[in-house]
Write a protein that binds this ligand. Sequence first.
Ligand code: 3PG
Ligand code: MG
Length: 393
Amino acid sequence: MRKKTVRDLVDLGNGRALVRVDFNVPMKDGVIADDTRIRAALPTLENLLSRGARTVLVSHLGRPKSGPTPDLSLAPVARHLEALLGRPVTMASDCIGPQVARQAAALEPGSVLLLENVRFHKAEEKNDDAFARQLVEDSGATLFVNDAFGTAHRAHASTEGASHHVKQSVAGLLMERELHYLGLALDAPERPFVALIGGAKVSDKIAVIESLLKRVDALLIGGGMAYTFLKAAGQPTGRSLVEEDRVALARELLSQSSGKIRLPQDHVAATAFDAKAETRTAGEVPEGWMGLDIGPKTAEAYAREVQGAKLILWNGPMGVFEMAPFAEGTLAMAKALAKAQGKTIVGGGDSVAAVTQMGVASSIDHVSTGGGAALEFLAGDPLPGVVCLADLP
Ligand code: 3PG
Ligand code: MG
């Protein structure tokens, strides 16, 4: 079911638009370390602002535990957004209350108010209905726009609850784009459809693997989780990361996969989990060593599968790519996706970092802004922040 978006709204009405964005960006010493998520919201904001909407933005930043935390203020984001938009962005000192109501009421057409970190209120994560109502009422909103794909798996007041207190709730253009591309992997994907799944643990990816196995032609496995599968396949794993309590499940998945699951044929093994450890490339992980990356043969075989595919989905690194000696496999996959003829989709923090580090992000058809949200979506789970939005007739 397609969702109504801001583009489908002919008339924005006279009220304010409350726009949920995901400005949960990495910060280092009060400076924005990566503004991808802020830039990703610009198409929606430009659409609304160019049509004279009075726009109130709401987001979280980090996971504040007990009320207002100065380090987690969105104030630096307001200044950065102002520069990106080339329009003034007023910063509120809270997300509800009489002062917010005054600031929202004073908005001129085509201007922006950014509310302070919504997670400074405990009621946000509880999806407290009175709090959701207050967010809407104090901002004077008649329209709710959810553009926060990265947080759409959370049923919070600002991602879901607010939708119950406005006339209309629609998707933003980033949300639309995310649902379109990730949806390609779920609904009748073009074939061959190849998924490349990595990351440390099988346990984090079980639901996604089960969902993808029904849809892919090949599922290429890398990262730490490969060793739980290799153990299940009866291969030596040395001192590699193995989730002992998932070996039986991995065996089950292998037996149900009708040969679609591919496992590494060689490894970059090391004597310790350390960038300075002794390393060697080996077809089997030697006794006492640990596998920390896929080897060159595997990278080549996986790249070949990627080249032959019409649709490629990648989530999770192939090795410990933050340590240079174990980064080659992940970087090789980033290159392979960049060169691929088929449509390419990358989701999840570390694989996104890999394509960015390789400077090939612009050669990927869709780099998702969602980590957990992308995984839940790909597992086939309904996302509360999406379900609450109006369907297109
Ligand atoms: C994210 O970065 O994963 C999203 O912004 C959601 O944040 P959360 O995991 O703290 O809910
Ligand atoms: Mg998360």
